[in-house]
Design a protein around this ligand. Structure first.
Ligand code: ACO
Length: 524
């Protein structure tokens, strides 16, 4: 084995000069990994100018405004690397122990997503993301057996799932279920056990590390169980115990679809999900396992930074992922394709998108400015699934939309290309999943990315800092309280400046009519 490569000698001045024209002062800051610390600007102070308000706090240092985190690196990470301009996604971008002379291409490279999708399995990739290297045979079997061992859940959880309304969205159930799961494990709660419960692992505390890994096995192991319970409650089916002797994705499909022992198909001992569908789901899980600082991973870390139990942090990640701009996009794509109806309606739809009357779901990405590399892999998986399940008639509309958008100046000039969600919904639909279950199929594998980021943060040698961003306050300056009787006319004008007037349901009206005084009744 070669030795760790030294960082190449700095031949140039990697620093940045900044001149504050307000004061004429010059400052120099070191550039590291092509980034500068935002706190550097806090040291740049000036006397308040004529246009500054006291709330601008000009004398207290410059602030960095970045609405929506467009160019703010919130963490140092070695989990996933994305080159958005060139459509590259690699897991575990690490220094490797080889010499440059013999393996120049291997220096600081991660594993390309294309290779992992073609040759690896979801749990092997999970190991890679969490622990930083591809496992040996015994490491993989240890990890696999721990994850699968932690699949079953306390039977009380059945009552929890049954407490939801019959038509509850599965994401509402799953989000709550992760939080609920945390209530079982007091030993994983820093509020109960001490705030350094996990962070002391960074100082070499083996028990803390064990505790952390135990929660990780639990969360990955039970992700399929909770997801399947959310599914089965909607189908009106009893719950099943996770099977043994199956892969992670086979076990998930089993838990979703297995019926009673008397069922002709699933009662058979040999009941196994279709291998093409299990393999397709495994590849989809690999593709969805991590995507560096996306909205939900950031949410998990933001939540985790105040040191709650990891189940609460993952529940927060579920809530973030659920939005239609993130993991809800696969569901939104199918709704969009259904609303378009057929290829002939595609031009009119695109015109509406360009007029900003509609959204082209499944296109565009904050980081990728070319096609998402995962979309090519998914497109291939889609054909393999359709060969088994039959072709989805929506595919023609999807292809017409895809081809037309990629030729259209509006999308080309904005570098809008298909993202992973453009095709994934079609596969899930062909596999018979209801639309509102699509985000759940995204959450299950993403739990791995979330826990990998959470673990990396807990193990940070410099400790965990609470993620507490700043704001630019643009509201009113100080003003005096005015007693109610002295306030004149409408207090404020403008959108959202007072509570909305809402329509009450017939039931509320009946109640008010029954109980209200004449004065109230006259307002109904
Ligand atoms: N359809 C039409 N126009 C779009 C789209 C789209 N899907 N996406 C971006 N644009 C336009 C914007 O209107 C904007 O145009 P303008 O400069 O003329 O105002 C320009 O392209 C840049 O877009 P932004 O909104 O600034 O890009 P941002 O990085 O903030 O948003 C996002 C990225 C949220 C993914 C956006 O592209 C989008 O809404 N896409 C559709 C939803 C979607 O597919 N989400 C899944 C993302 S992948 C994932 O989470 C797995």
């Amino acid at each position: 084995m070669g030795k760790l490569l030294p960082t190449p000698a700095l031949k140039r001045d990697d620093s940045l000069n900044v001149k504050d024209n307000r004061t004429g002062k010059e400052y120099t800051v070191q550039v590291t990994h092509n980034s500068i610390p935002a706190t550097f600007f806090k040291g740049i102070r000036a006397p308040a100018g004529p246009n500054d308000r006291p709330e601008d706090e000009t004398e207290r240092g410059l602030r960095v405004a970045d609405k929506g985190f467009l160019n703010t690196a919130v963490i140092e990470s070695s989990i996933t690397y994305i080159d958005g301009d060139n459509g590259v996604l690699r897991y575990r971008y690490v220094r490797v122990y080889v010499t440059v002379a013999t393996h120049p291409e291997a220096y600081r490279r991660g594993y390309p997503i294309e290779q992992l999708a073609a040759r690896s399995s979801f749990l092997e990739v999970s190991y890679l993301l969490i622990y930083g290297a591809l496992p040996s045979g015994s490491q993989l079997s240890h990890f696999t057996s721990e994850v699968l061992l932690h699949g079953p859940i306390h039977s009380d959880a059945e009552g929890f799932f049954r407490s939801f309304r019959y038509d509850a969205h599965p994401m509402a159930m799953l989000t709550s279920a992760f939080s609920y799961l945390g209530s079982y494990y007091g030993e994983a709660n820093p509020s109960l056990q001490g705030q350094d419960l996990f962070t002391k692992a960074a100082k070499g505390d083996a028990t803390a590390l064990q505790n952390m890994d135990r929660q990780i096995f639990r969360m990955i192991g039970k992700a399929t169980t909770l997801a399947a319970m959310a599914y089965r409650i909607r189908q009106g089916r009893d719950f099943v115990v996770p099977p043994t002797g199956m892969s992670y994705t086979e076990s998930f499909l089993y838990q979703l679809d297995h019926l009673s022992p008397t069922d002709q198909l699933s009662g058979l001992q040999s009941y196994k999900p279709h291998p093409v569908l299990a393999k397709a789901l495994d590849i989809l899980f690999i593709l969805h396992a991590d995507h560096e600082m996306n909205a939900s991973s950031t949410t998990v870390l933001q939540t985790g930074s105040s040191l709650p139990d990891p189940f609460s942090a993952v529940a927060a990640g579920c809530a973030s992922l659920y939005g239609p701009l993130h993991g809800g996009a696969n569901e939104a794509v199918i709704r969009m394709l259904l609303s378009i109806g057929s290829p002939k309606n595609v031009p009119a739809f695109l015109e509406a998108v360009k007029k900003r009357e509609k959204v082209l779901s499944g296109f565009g990405h904050r980081v990728y400015k070319t096609s998402d590399p995962r979309s090519f892999i998914i497109r291939k998986v889609a054909d393999e699934v359709f060969a088994v399940t039959g072709r989805d008639p929506l595919l023609d509309t999807a292809m017409a939309l895809h081809d037309a958008a990629l030729k259209d100046e509006y999308f080309v000039s904005r570098k809008l290309a298909p993202n992973v969600d453009f095709w994934s919904g079609l596969i899930y639909r062909a596999m018979g999943f209801p639309m509102d279950f699509f985000p759940v199929l995204f959450v299950v594998p993403r739990v791995v990315g979330w826990v990998a980021h959470w673990r990396q943060m807990m193990l940070s040698p410099s400790g965990v800092k609470i993620w507490r961003p700043r704001q630019v306050y643009v509201g009113p300056s100080t003003r005096d309280y005015v007693p109610l009787e002295e306030r004149k006319g409408a207090a404020q004008v403008g959108i959202g400046m007072e509570p909305s007037v809402i329509e009450h349901s017939g039931m509320t009206k009946r109640r008010k009519l029954a109980e209200a005084s004449d004065k109230v009744r006259s307002k109904l």
